[in-house]
Each structure stands twice: as C-alpha cells, then as structure tokens.
Design a protein around this ligand. Structure first.
Ligand SMILES: [Zn+2]
Length: 75
C-alpha cells in the first residue's frame, strides 16, 4: 500500500516524506511540533526562575510534541 495521506486544509494527496503540503504549505504536524519545542525551551528557561510555571510549560510542550505524532495518520 502506498504510504500517503491527505492535506487537512486543501485535501490534496501528500507523501509521508514531505514536511508540509506542496500545494498550500500547510502542515499541522510541524506546527504542533514547533509550538511544542518552543514551549519546551521556554518552559525549561522558566523553570530556573519559577519551577512550577516552568514545569507546566515543559509539560505543555511535551503534550504538543506527542500530539504532533498523533496527528500523523496511521498507514
Ligand atoms: Zn494543502
């Protein structure tokens, strides 16, 4: 079976190897990933200043990164 999925925004067929849709540039996986990484870095820095708030940011970032994997449909 050909490993393909469809763009959530424009509905065009995508290869699983592409980072974002070549038709409209949309990529929910990389958006969630970048948000998660940003929250992780921000949370990590904030942990030095305010551990409860920083750990919450790290936790939210981890969730977003996990979510970005879940957004990728099963083959
Ligand atoms: Zn698209």
């Amino acid at each position: 079976m050909k490993p393909v999925y469809f763009c959530a925004r424009c509905g065009e067929e995508l290869s699983r190897t592409v980072e974002e849709c070549p038709h409209c540039g949309y990529c929910p996986k990389s958006i969630a990933w970048r948000t998660g990484v940003g929250a992780l870095i921000f949370g990590g820095a904030l942990t030095l200043v305010s551990p409860p708030v920083g750990l919450l940011g790290v936790f939210a970032g981890s969730l977003a990164i996990c979510g970005s994997y879940l957004l990728s449909p099963a083959e």
